[in-house]
Design a protein around this ligand. Sequence first.
Ligand SMILES: O=C(O)[C@H](O)[C@H](O)COP(=O)(O)O
Ligand SMILES: [Mg+2]
Length: 312
Amino acid sequence: MSARLETPADYESLLAKYDTWMFDCDGVLWHGDRLIDGAVEVLSLLRSRQKKVLFVTNNATKSRKSYKGKFDQLGVEAHVDEIYGSAYAAAVYISSVIKLPKDKKVYVIGMKGMEEELRDEGVSFIGGTDPADCTTAPFSLDTFTPDPAVGAVLCGLDTAVTYTKLSKAFQYLTRADPTNPASPKNLETCAFLATNEDSTYPAGAGLLPGAGAVSAPLRYALGRDPVAIGKPNGQMLDCIRAKVPFDPARTIMIGDRLNTDILFGQNGGLGDVVGANWYYHRIRPHWSQLLPPSFPDYVTASIGDLRVVASE
Ligand SMILES: O=C(O)[C@H](O)[C@H](O)COP(=O)(O)O
Ligand SMILES: [Mg+2]
């Protein structure tokens, strides 16, 4: 079971053990645009101790560059090569792992961040923030002409998700065999990808439906799950490793979700994982059946608690 971090000695022992500190963002560094108390001091303390600081977020609404803007706005020191989001990981996965042919496109259910990362990776896309897709007008198959170049659907957190977007994505994902959505022919013709599957995300005073809740209608209609690229998937760690050398045994992950952050740390063979701002998120039923409960090595109320070291 998890040990509670309490005394300066508890924190000093982690500082001695770990050179690289990976931080989840939503729910650990901030809630929406409200910074967690003490986050700035703790990050500068780690930098003063020559620690490598990395930010690893499943939030696909922003690109790494636009996240840098958010960090700047909040007065948090961060460099683009320290920031890894699921939009970036998904763009790299499409361009370098599944190697989507250059004449193919991605149909996007997502926001500007996903579009920026796909563009930066040279991946063509449609949908996303296109006003023709972000419409609440009724969707009609009679007037819809699918783009024959679409070879993948990528779904992430999209606060402007519409029935039109879901319907177009569903058409692309069942084009080869419309009578049997889950048929292997559909799988071969169009990849079903998700940046991440977080059921909720902490925004300001409470929780909102997360990326997993955006792709859920498609999962239900298709009768199959997407390939989820963000945490806990190792793809995120591969993206980091490609840019920043780190020793997993001397790396610690701090997160607020069992089935993404904690599992990501454990799957990646990281030294320890710490649950911060800790509340056991509801784990969607099918997760709890498929996965053994993963618990952090340590828990703390907030990353701000690490200040106890600085106050010595
Ligand atoms: O996509 C979502 O549901 C949220 O953006 C996600 O939960 C937040 O990502 P985090 O920074 O906690 O990994
Ligand atoms: Mg989080």
